[in-house]
Write a protein that binds this ligand. Structure first.
Ligand code: 3H9
Length: 654
């Protein structure tokens, strides 16, 4: 088999080219090829060596598919030490995304140049890992302790320009990167530039208190995850030990991460997310419809957030409301959200203004005549939705995709209100829609393949993580929420308090406990939904009697200042004895024996409820695979990534 790494002498420069699609990951073959090439360069007429990659990116990291398998030499840290030790000057030329082990390779080179659009970073923390090939040791030596802590603990890549400012890249090359890098290597040699090894540089001055500051910051942010804490320990080692001792520390903690259940869970999610974007039975070359502009029906919180998601990706949006007044309110929410994005540093003032300018409002469906996709985002009234779709059928051009953002309703029934059910699909965004990454794509019985393919690709364009769901009440995520919520109610009647249930789930890793979630969403939503059901359909009163009584007392959740908790002006929940009285009263009316419920039981029963429903969803073909459910729960429902999603957790717990 030919090597993915080639080496050739171009005049006085040895050029090492890596060509290993899709992302030039450091597989065993790439590592071996790199080792052979750097060794070859030591004994030929080259004066300097350039490492460059073919295809869409420089090396995007270690090959994650090899993780968990026996290690095969050359191991990356040793290979990179060999590259750094080269007696010939080494230049790395970066384009695309130089990530993880990829950027560590660049750090082992003596000089680094990059294309203007390149990005560098250490995403290992998102895999429950830390950079294990010298990244924690070389980065602080070049960029300082604080920059290293920020870059490596956040996992967020930075642009080449910023990397140059902090000393991680030496030169930005416009135009042909390969030719530019070779020319620069020649210049370096001609000017007598020294072989500059990152490992031999001193870490710039720093304040020793910084490590504890990051430790406590990360304890709050990355609740329960081990990798961030280990990253801090490695950078502290870089700043206080020799390079060799620091490398030994890095190796020890990298292996601890690699062997952890957290990393196994997060690696599962990495591949599950990518698999979720693939639709079984849908050919890769299914044609897609061009989407150049979109319409949104409804300027509420959801409609506004969806509009921003598209505008942020450069796609113009027309937002429709029923009156000028409502439209003004809707656009004001968008303005407020953009101001928030600027304040949080997510967008510059200029970027925000540019995106905002792509959103226009109208009260006339005729304004949608030319758009390629319309997303209906009005409240959950099935009759209203059907009326809107009948109107869209008339107003929109042939071939326009008509999508509903419904969280629960029957997409097939909505499609039947049009004369073109094949153009209809569900696009279920999660609130706040401009921030939450999950998009449930609901495939109706008649949804055309090209409509599905278009929406899946579009999701990626607007930086969402799409998961396909079949049609059922609540689709994947909300359907699972139903037995989860019912179990939470049973736990209250059996003896747990709302705060015990919520605290147990949050301590286990959920972003928010179930009762706090219901208070946030509004208890009246479930109440209204139940009003439409017969007693039989409602099921066991133990699962809804308490929230019904709370709603009847005017306790609708956060928005009314009280639900399962009392809320102050800052929306901080405090336990409320009135709620406990209701729980006691309902338990006695329904004859439930009260007992001590442990935190372990709370977690086991609630997560068990999710897993049981998830299994049914897979068995019925509503979800394509159990990994899709994990993606839904981690990206849409605050399930801890370090536990891999409910189905992964269940499978590993037997
Ligand atoms: C590391 O480096 C550890 C070291 O510090 C220490 C070692 C000792 N390996 O995302 P896409 C596949 S840890 C294997 O759809 P995009 C991916 O599965 C690593 N495969 O493309 C997919 O396959 P398929 C640190 C990989 O353009 C295909 O490539 N690095 C890897 O949207 C396309 O991927 C990272 O964590 C990999 N490293 O985004 C970077 N990366 O077509 C992880 C990708 O069969 N990668 N694949 O579904 C990414 O963030 C994105 O893939 C990237 C491209 C931004 C590069």
């Amino acid at each position: 088999m030919s090597s993915p790494v080639s080496y050739q002498l171009e005049d006085t420069i040895g050029v090492i080219s890596i060509d290993s699609p899709p992302v030039n990951a450091l597989s065993h073959a790439v590592r071996q090829g790199l080792l052979d090439a750097i060794n070859a360069a030591q004994n030929d007429a080259s004066e300097a060596v350039v490492i460059v990659c073919a295809g869409r990116t420089f090396i995007a990291g270690a090959d994650i598919t090899e993780f968990g398998k026996p290690l095969k030499d050359p191991w990356l840290p040793d290979l990179l030490n060999t590259i750094e030790a080269s007696a010939k000057l080494v230049v790395a030329a970066l384009h695309g995304t130089a990530l993880g082990g990829g950027f560590e390779t660049a750090l082992a080179a003596h000089y680094r140049c990059a294309a203007p659009g390149a990005k560098i970073g250490f995403p290992e923390v998102h895999l429950g890992l830390l950079p294990g090939a010298g990244g924690t040791q070389r980065t602080p030596r070049l960029a300082g302790v604080q920059a290293a802590l920020d870059l490596i603990t956040s996992g967020t890549p930075i642009a080449a320009g910023e990397a140059q400012e902090i000393g991680l890249i030496d030169k930005i090359i416009d135009g042909d990167l390969r030719a530019g890098a070779i020319a620069w290597a020649r210049e370096l040699v001609a000017s007598g530039a020294k072989i500059r090894r990152s490992s031999e540089q001193d870490v710039p001055e720093f304040d020793h208190a910084i490590f504890d500051v990051y430790r406590s910051k990360l304890a709050r942010r990355a609740r329960g995850q081990v990798a961030p804490d280990h990253i801090v320990a490695c950078i502290e080692a870089a700043a206080t030990m020799t390079f060799e001792d620091g490398m030994a520390k890095e190796r020890e903690l990298f292996m601890a991460c690699m062997d952890s259940s957290q990393s196994a869970a997060m690696r599962h999610l990495f591949f599950a997310e990518r698999l979720a974007a693939k639709v079984d039975g849908l050919a890769k070359d299914t044609p897609q419809r061009p989407i150049k502009s979109i319409g949104i029906i409804g300027g509420g919180t959801m409609g506004g957030g969806i509009a921003m998601s598209f505008a942020n990706a450069g796609i113009p949006v027309t937002m429709i409301e029923i009156s000028e007044e409502a439209l003004e309110r809707g656009l004001a929410i968008v303005d407020k959200n953009y101001a928030g994005s600027v304040k949080r540093g997510k967008l510059t003032q200029e970027q925000a203004a540019k995106c905002r300018a792509l959103i226009v409002g109208s009260v006339d469906y005729a304004s949608l005549a030319d758009v390629d996709l319309v997303i209906e985002a009005v409240f959950e009234d099935p009759e209203l939705k059907k009326k809107i779709f009948a109107k869209l059928d008339k107003a929109c051009k042939a071939g326009a995709i008509l999508a509903t953002n419904t969280s629960y309703q029957d997409v097939d029934a909505i499609a039947a209100a049009t004369g073109r059910p094949e153009d209809v699909i569900g696009m279920h965004f999660f609130s706040p829609a401009h921030i939450m990454k999950l998009l449930e794509v609901v495939r109706g019985k008649k949804t055309a393949d090209d409509v599905l393919a278009t929406v899946m690709a579009l999701a990626k364009k607007i930086r969402k993580v799409p998961v396909v769901s079949g049609v059922c009440y609540g689709f994947i995520g909300n359907r699972m929420l139903s037995p989860y919520g019912k179990t939470a109610q049973l736990l209250l009647l059996e003896g747990a308090s709302p705060q015990q249930v919520d605290n147990a789930m949050e301590a286990w890793g959920m972003a928010m406990g179930p009762l706090r979630v219901f208070d946030l969403a509004g208890l009246d939503i479930g109440y209204k939904a139940r009003e439409a059901l017969s007693d039989d359909e409602k099921g066991d009163p133990k699962s809804y009697r308490v929230p019904d009584l709370l709603v009847e007392m005017g306790r609708l959740g956060q928005k009314s200042g009280a639900g399962f908790y009392h809320y102050d002006d800052a929306r901080k929940p405090t336990p409320d004895s009135a709620v406990q009285e209701i729980i006691d009263q309902v338990a006695s009316e329904l004859g439930v024996d009260r007992r001590t419920v442990t935190d372990e039981e709370i977690v086991a029963r609630l997560i068990g409820a999710l897993i049981d429903e998830g299994k049914k969803i897979v068995a019925e073909g509503i979800a394509q695979r159990s990994g899709d459910i994990d993606v839904v729960y981690v990206y849409g429902y605050g399930f801890p990534a370090a536990r891999g999603g409910p189905m992964f957790y269940g499978a590993n717990r037997g």
